[in-house]
Design a protein around this ligand. Structure first.
Ligand code: FAD
Length: 312
């Protein structure tokens, strides 16, 4: 194991909107932050072509383009970014240790902004249509499907919420669920089931996505009880079967909820004093770029104030 250099004031783990905003604020506060950008530098927005709901871009902006601009802005003030993945951390004593590809770095404070991954179905043809018709975020992408037919896959509250939300744009929403028992609360289910634009199909799973030269064109659905198949036409599909926060590398050293989302103790500080968390890695509710960025700002300010109090 290689020990690396001096103790930094702040290490930021993750380079989505939360991480870069934390980096911008920490850099402007002269804390000389070091960021490990991770396996997907730029985060989830690297997967999307159009962002229409981030303030300041009246004509919309491509995801990768926006993330490059956020990075450039933070680097201008001195954020140091290494495009490497953090393997593990030792938060048992200060300064904290962060191990990256066999090298250990130390910092007085750490901001965790490693985001969350949407759980995808993994059906045949899915990879090619991600971001081109198949999405995991109706709030983000629903408006691209005005007067089109879409499907929603899932049986929980998120699926009901996404289906109901999509009726604002789509001409028809078909909700597909593999069983006839729903995890969704009765009130959410009833609202979706009663909507004239929503049709609910139970005992159906997507076995294959269909596409033409314009993008997604439909799906082959299979009935898990007898294997019979049917085709459904759709130009948009929203998979709402859950998210998984990226916290395994923390080795259980920070308090999380049952699903692994980091819990805040005081403002954005976690159960370990000096360790802060921001963005989708703590957020089970909003999961938006602007909310992640806002929390990144909060985490950097909280870290700055906490560090100042330690040095008094
Ligand atoms: C297809 C799609 C479209 C979307 N469209 C929109 C939209 O239009 N508008 C909107 O507001 N939101 C949209 N969202 C949601 C938005 O992308 C997220 O809410 C936002 O990116 C969360 O930011 P974050 O900084 O918390 O995490 P993320 O963007 O998830 O970034 C996490 C970062 O952590 C890094 N990381 C993970 N593990 C490690 C590790 N061990 N070491 C180092 N780094 C690590 C990753 O490399 C990544 O850089 C969309 C999401 C998806 C998937």
């Amino acid at each position: 194991m290689v020990e690396s250099g001096d103790v930094r004031e702040i290490i930021i783990i993750g380079s989505g909107p939360a991480g870069y905003t934390a980096g911008l604020y920490a850099a402007r506060a002269m804390l000389e932050p070091l960021m490990f950008a991770g396996y997907m530098s730029g985060g989830q927005l690297m997967l999307t072509s159009d962002i229409e709901n981030f303030p300041g871009y009246p004509k919309g902006i491509g995801g990768p383009e926006m993330m490059m601009e956020l990075r450039e802005q933070a680097e201008r003030f001195g954020l140091e970014v290494q495009d490497k993945n953090v393997d593990s951390v030792d938060l048992s004593s200060r300064p904290f240790a962060v191990t990256v590809e066999g090298e250990t770095f130390h910092a007085n404070a750490v901001i965790v902004s490693t985001g969350a991954e949407s759980i995808w179905l993994g059906a045949e043809g899915e990879e090619a249509q991600k971001g081109r018709g198949i999405s995991t975020c109706a709030t983000c992408d629903g408006a691209f499907f005005r007067e089109e037919e879409v499907i929603v896959v899932g049986g929980g509250d998120s699926a009901m919420e996404e289906a109901t939300f999509l009726t604002r744009f789509a001409s028809k929403v078909t909700l597909i669920h593999r069983r006839d028992v729903f995890r969704a609360s009765q009130v959410m289910y009833d609202r979706a089931a009663a909507h004239p634009k929503i049709e609910i199909k139970t005992f159906r799973q997507v076995s294959r996505w269909l596409s033409d030269d314009k993008g997604l064109s439909g799906a082959v659905l299979v009935d898990p009880r007898d294997g019979s198949e049917e085709e459904i036409a759709c130009t948009g599909a929203f998979i709402a079967i859950g998210h998984k926060p990226i916290t395994a590398f923390l080795g259980g050293q920070i308090e999380t909820d049952d699903e692994g989302y980091i819990l805040h103790r005081e403002h954005t500080m976690t159960s370990v004093p000096g360790v802060f968390a921001a963005g989708d890695v703590v957020d089970t509710r909003y999961r938006q770029a602007i909310t992640a960025a806002g929390m990144g700002c909060q985490a950097a300010i909280d870290a700055e104030r906490w560090l100042e109090a330690q040095h008094d």
